[in-house]
Ligand binder design. Structure first.
Ligand code: ACO
Length: 336
């Protein structure tokens, strides 16, 4: 079963979560494919042809997920014209928190000066932002919150094994944020979330508090383990199905969507979803070439870029989707 939130046709009484402002932040340091090929046995040609990635940003020493989240949030609040004191709730998607606890959302709350509002993290790996957005949407649709800050922020390069060429070429650091405001006109139309915990070992980081930080166990070490081609196949199928589900739930045809803003893991996965939607690549927001896979950061980073460049306009129908470790996958359809 999926969790389908607040689907249906607009009505006078419905409360929508509307995106009032977006923001994003990328660390200064850029690592190109050419530079990577001096670290591991790879090449720009291999990485670009298999993934579409040309470069990624890497957090500086001491720069944390919380730092990236803070800069992205300040920009989103500015764009929305919202003061931190007005925030009722902060939901932050991350799988690379600053600390085990407090949550990165709590650290962010204090730094923004939004003290007192509820704040928590959501861990759904690369689907973190879409899951966080769905949670925030429910708080607004139920009337429990009016102004919510939703963030996707990651420093995945901190858990990359820089000697493992099959994974280290894929990931980058970055954060994106949106400010949601309650609105009676329009906003998020529906969200759809899924998970399959049975596929844990196809994409995982096998260390942790409760299982212990065992360096000698099979596949141990704080690093991403991935069965790349299995993940690829599962992701394409799961995203196809969640896109269908989203269109059906809203009584829409695939040609009604103005913009597809997908999780930025691999250009070939993005192209497969666009093909399924019969959508020309000009209406698909692509940042994977410059950002790599920033996990929870990828969708809000792409959204912010599309909004600030003037591509995504008020009133347009935008489909967000993501897939990640868990497995987790989901979508959000919104009228921007
Ligand atoms: N440089 C050069 N050669 C490489 C590299 C590299 N960086 N990595 C692997 N190779 C080699 C392999 O060793 C293999 O060599 P062999 O044939 O001699 O054994 C060959 O290239 C082919 O390897 P495959 O793993 O079969 O390559 P594939 O075409 O499947 O591409 C990739 C690998 C890019 C990881 C792809 O499977 C993929 O993108 N999968 C999706 C995974 C993903 O995106 N994960 C992110 C998290 S989940 C998410 O966000 C969707």
């Amino acid at each position: 079963m999926s969790i389908a939130a607040s689907t249906g046709t607009p009505s006078a009484t419905r409360i929508y979560a509307r995106i009032a402002g977006t923001g994003s932040y990328l660390p200064e340091k850029i690592l190109t494919n050419a530079e990577l090929s001096t670290i591991v046995d790879t090449s720009d040609e291999w990485i670009a042809s298999r993934t579409g990635i040309r470069q990624r940003h890497v957090a500086a020493e001491g720069e944390t997920t919380g730092d990236l989240a803070y800069h992205a949030s300040v920009r989103a609040l500015e764009a929305a014209g919202v003061d931190a004191a007005e925030i009722d709730l902060i939901v932050l998607g991350t799988t690379t928190p600053d600390l085990i606890f407090p949550s990165t959302a709590c650290l962010l709350q204090h730094r923004l000066g939004a003290n007192g509002c509820a704040a928590f993290d959501v861990n759904a790996a690369c689907s973190g932002f879409v899951f966080a957005l769905a949670v925030a949407d429910k708080f607004i649709a139920s009337g429990a919150a009016k102004t919510v800050l939703v963030v996707g922020a990651e420093t995945l390069t901190r858990m990359v094994d820089w000697t493992e060429r099959t994974t280290c070429v894929l990931f980058g650091d970055g954060a994106g944020a949106v400010v949601l405001k309650a609105d009676t006109e329009t906003g998020i139309l529906s969200t759809h979330l899924h998970a399959d915990g049975g596929k844990k070992e196809l994409l995982w980081n096998p260390v942790g508090v409760s299982v212990g930080f065992k360096e000698n166990a099979p596949n141990a070490g704080v690093r991403i383990n991935m069965a790349g081609s299995d993940v690829f196949k599962y992701a394409v199928k799961a995203l196809d199905s969640v896109v269908e589900e989203t269109l059906e739930a809203n009584g829409l045809d695939r040609h009604d969507i103005d913009w597809l803003i997908p999780h930025q893991a691999n250009l070939r996965i993005i192209e497969a979803t666009a093909k399924r939607l019969d959508m020309p690549m000009e209406r698909v927001v692509v940042t994977v070439d410059r950002h790599g896979n920033t996990s929870s950061g990828s969708v809000p980073l792409a959204l912010d870029e599309a909004v600030r460049s003037g591509r995504v306009q008020r009133g347009q129908l935008v489909l967000l989707e993501a897939f990640g470790g868990g497995f987790t996958w989901g979508s959000a359809l919104l009228r921007y």
